[in-house]
Design a protein around this ligand. Structure first.
Ligand code: EPZ
Length: 458
């Protein structure tokens, strides 16, 4: 739907109006981790008993994953931040294109479906705004466990043809420590016959959270969080209740919000060792960060200077905070350099930040940043989830008012983002209004290319 069509319908697309220059104060609450919740929801398919997940953030990605599980035949009961999932009667092993296309994490269902139904059929998730996002490591892992997997016309068809319809253990070495592939293999091998080892496994906290829940269901997963994970297959898994870990990426985003507005702030709950690389870079560039009470951090920004960052798998600097940190470096003293080494197309925010007066030069996947005194409020747009958060942080620090479009990206991964920031002192309003003579300026400035109408999965 183009903006012309939107304007013709006399409705300005949902956007945020952000007044820059407001200091933050108080406590910013951190929600449950999106990237943990999504894989834990898929893992619910591994048991016929009820699984209760608590501290689940209310996000559009969670809504889509809920729809996917229901589509497979699972029964879901949701309260605010809890979801009970009952997968006893799942009967469908096929996922529809429109759901898979809007949520790559739907691929996490393949391993559990193979285990429960002996088959799975799912369109290739395909690329998104940050890169090609192949799933070859997932597929190679499933094949090593005994699944027959065929990819034809962009559709993945997998089945377990062994007579006992059961996957078998294997020794698997990943060519890259892929988070998703590690999670797919851990889930698929929990109920396989025999032992599985994963070498060069991803070490992200979300994998540790998955292993903790699976073990509470009766699985035998050892070494999660290290490069080598061992899984001893068991006969079945029981239900459990599990509280999702705090979202380390949201927590890091809030720490950067404090730094970019030069505001002392407390954020929590957090698990500090999930944020080691982020905390040390914030300290290096001029913030003091200390533990505050249980599970909270207090940040006091001082003069912010440029630093160098290269993103890498955990425990390195997380790729998901590369864009927000670049917004901070845009108004830091001196120069800085940020190299994105995980995804090939994760620099959407550079164009928008430069529109606001930043001085960023992109050379392949490395951004060379020269700090400027201040950014200027502008009409800006988000191209993916984390670039959207980065641009809004930049708007918080800019002189004047900005209009941000791209809420369909932001709402995928940040729960009540502008509400939390407003409670801490920002002046942000979410607008969805009819055009009137008073606001016709807004409608004119939200130009064609600022209307993000496609949902892109990251
Ligand atoms: C997870 O994506 C997260 N998503 C991403 O968060 C996060 O950025 C990423 O891990 C890295 O930390 C969820 O957990 C739902 P990968 P995932 O497999 O599993 C290549 C966000 O903003 N690769 O570790 O897809 C891949 O192309 C999202 O919350 C293969 O080559 O990440 C990429 O270059 C974005 N073959 C690199 O590995 C494969 O089979 C890292 O991907 C799989 C991945």
């Amino acid at each position: 739907m183009s903006s012309v069509a939107t304007i013709k319908r006399n409705v300005i697309p949902p956007h945020l109006e952000v007044k820059g220059g407001c200091p933050l104060s108080g406590i910013l609450k951190v929600s449950g981790a999106k990237n943990s919740s999504l894989v834990l929801m898929a893992a619910a398919l591994l048991t016929k008993e009820k699984l209760l997940l608590e501290n689940v953030p209310q996000l559009t990605d969670i809504e889509v994953m809920s729809e996917i599980l229901s589509n497979l035949g699972a029964k879901l009961t949701k309260t605010n931040n809890s979801i009970e999932i009952h997968s006893e009667f799942i009967h469908n092993a096929e996922l529809p294109y429109q759901l898979v296309h809007s949520l790559r994490a739907s691929f996490f269902c393949v391993g559990p479906l193979l285990t429960r139904l002996g088959k799975a059929k799912i369109p290739l998730p395909g690329g998104c705004n940050i890169g090609a996002r192949p799933v070859d490591e997932h597929i190679n892992g499933l094949k090593a466990l005994g699944a027959e997997v065929e990819v034809k016309d962009d559709v993945v068809k997998a089945q377990v043809s062994s007579k006992n319809k059961r996957l078998h253990g294997a020794n698997i070495t990943l060519k890259y420590p892929s988070v998703g592939a590690t999670e797919t293999i851990v889930m698929a091998s929990c109920l396989a016959l025999g032992k599985t080892t994963i070498s060069n496994a991803a070490r992200e906290p979300e994998i540790q959270d998955l292993a903790k829940m699976l073990n509470s269901m009766g699985a035998k997963v050892f070494g999660a969080g290290t490069k080598k994970i061992t899984i001893i297959g068991v006969e079945s898994l029981r239900g459990t209740s599990h509280c999702v870990i705090p979202d380390r990426i949201e927590a890091g985003t809030f720490l950067i919000a404090a730094a970019i507005t030069r505001s002392p702030l407390t954020i929590g709950p957090v698990i500090p060792n999930h944020l080691g690389a982020v905390i040390s870079k914030l300290q290096e560039c001029g913030c003091s960060i200390s533990h505050h009470g249980n599970h909270h951090l207090k940040i006091i920004p001082r003069d912010i200077s440029g630093v160098e960052i290269t993103t890498s798998p955990f425990p390195g600097f997380p790729t998901d905070l590369q864009a927000p940190f670049m917004s901070l470096m845009a108004t830091a003293k001196g120069s800085s350099k940020i190299k994105e080494s995980v995804f090939e197309k994760r620099m959407q925010h550079v164009l928008e930040l430069n529109k606001m007066g930043a001085c960023i030069y992109l050379e392949n996947n490395t951004a060379h940043i020269k700090g400027v005194k201040e950014l200027l409020g502008s009409n800006v747009k988000g191209g993916d989830l984390r670039s959207s958060a980065a641009i809004i942080l930049a708007c918080l620090s800019a002189k004047g008012t900005s209009i941000f479009t791209g809420l369909e990206h932001l709402d995928r991964g940040y729960e009540k983002f502008e509400e939390k920031l407003t409670n801490a002192g920002s002046i942000i309003s979410r607008k969805f209004e009819k055009i009137t003579p008073q606001n016709s300026f807004t409608s004119n400035t939200i130009s064609e290319d600022n209307i993000n109408t496609q949902k892109n999965a990251a």
